[in-house]
Design a protein. Structure first.
Length: 420
């Protein structure tokens, strides 16, 4: 059953001023409205690109957003800062109204939009629980039945009768989340508030959201810049950019799309360096590249390919150097680090030399990866370049009827097995 539907949602703001602007603009809008015509200022708004200066005083924070959410579904909404995520959630929560479009919902919505939203600083934690519950449409008896569960989940029992103005931001988030989660809304809307909480509470909160969606069949809309949390919690995600929806689909695909937004390097498997980057060094890196051992640079890579990294190094002295490669997943987490010193490679001689590292086939899982390059003399770092090489691994071809899904994890090696 569809529990929430957004149809052509757009939100326009006038920049630099509070309200709609001048009296002449208001009269113009009124004159068009009584004649049954469209608001004339809807035609002159510009795309919501915060990094560039526009010509119009009107900007579209959101433009023509359409999606549906099923009951019990957890939908992730991701995008860069200023993409329109919080504006969309405020419209869904009825905090603000859309300029155009319509939101259709079934049931009660609870929102966690900002740290401490809806909490009165002079009231105690317990009093704010009842205030928030009343705002969400709960009776005093319903709140009282959940009171102890809320307090225990928040972990703020010692301070529950203390005014919330004395709470830290993390304590306010804990209590606010507990109230919203335990008062049984049909739709729970959560903006980037869990980032304020500590790791233990984030894990606890994600577990609670999974219970809400799977166990209780309620719907969650989740905005976060923590891609690991989005992947673990959401089955589907929407990517926003400059106020428009640019991708909607499975979480893994949405996260990959988001991480590649604005990535000017793309899948750059061959990189050349400038001599200016090594002005104060006794060496320079001419180029670095990753490819299949029997392929050309930028050819598609599958798990069946043996991989090599070629680094062309030019040395002006006899100083011994160590080449370090850091392999990272598409979220920037370091998977492993390898270096030439561990392989007992001697890099003392002068002149131009090609340093090659081999990677076996069936080592990486399918996905997007990047490699940082570091040069040291064994004592200190002399050069560092993050994301020097970026590459995508594709799944090898499977026979018809074989498993076509993606296994979890970023490495998928094939080991030797025996049976006796």
């Amino acid at each position: 059953m569809i529990i929430l539907k957004a149809e052509n949602i757009s939100k326009q703001y006038r920049l630099g001023l509070i309200g709609t602007g001048t009296i002449s603009h208001d009269l113009n809008r009124w004159w068009h409205r009584i004649r049954g015509k469209e608001d004339p200022y809807l035609k002159i708004g510009e795309v919501n690109d915060r990094s560039s200066k526009g010509k119009s005083a009107y900007a579209w924070a959101l433009k023509d957003i359409n999606f549906e959410v099923q009951q019990g579904e957890v939908l992730g909404i991701i995008g860069k800062n200023g993409a329109g995520k919080s504006t969309l959630l405020k419209i869904l929560s009825r905090v603000t109204s859309p300029t155009t479009g319509e939101i259709k919902t079934r049931g009660r919505i609870a929102s966690l939009l900002e740290v401490g939203t809806g909490f009165h600083p002079e009231l105690t934690g317990r009093e704010n629980m009842y205030l928030n519950g009343a705002i969400l449409g709960m009776t005093k008896a319903e709140i009282k039945a959940k009171e102890q569960e809320i307090i225990e989940f928040s972990g703020c029992e010692r301070y529950v009768d203390t005014p919330t103005k004395r709470y830290s931001s993390g304590m306010r988030v804990r209590l606010a989340f507990a109230v919203a989660a335990f008062l049984e809304p049909d739709i729970l809307v959560i903006d980037e508030v869990l980032a304020v909480g500590d790791a233990e509470f984030q894990k606890k909160a994600i577990g609670k959201m999974q219970d809400i969606s799977k166990g209780d069949g309620r719907t969650v809309l989740f905005v976060s810049h923590n891609m690991a949390a989005v992947k673990s919690l959401c089955a589907r995600a929407i990517v926003l950019e400059n106020g428009t929806s640019v991708f909607e689909g499975g979480t893994d695909e949405a996260v990959s799309f988001y991480l590649n937004l604005g990535n000017t390097k793309g899948s750059e498997t061959l990189r050349y360096f400038n001599e200016e980057d090594f002005e104060k060094q006794s060496f320079l890196i001419e180029s670095v590249g990753l490819k299949g051992e029997h392929k050309n640079y930028n050819d598609p890579l599958t798990r069946e390919d043996d991989l090599i990294i070629n680094l062309t190094l030019i040395k002006h002295t006899l100083e011994e150097l160590v080449v370090v490669f850091r392999f990272k997943d598409d979220e920037g987490n370091i998977m492993f680090v390898t270096n030439s010193d561990d392989a007992q490679m001697n890099l003392k001689k002068e002149g131009k030399q090609l340093v090659t590292m081999h990677l076996p086939n069936f080592f990486f899982n399918e996905g997007n990866f990047s490699v940082d390059i570091m040069i040291t003399n064994g004592k200190k770092q002399l050069f560092f370049e993050p994301d020097s090489v970026q590459f995508t691994m594709l799944q090898e071809t499977k026979e018809l009827g074989g498993w076509m899904g993606r296994s979890p994890g970023f490495l998928k090696p094939i080991f030797k097995w025996d049976v006796k």
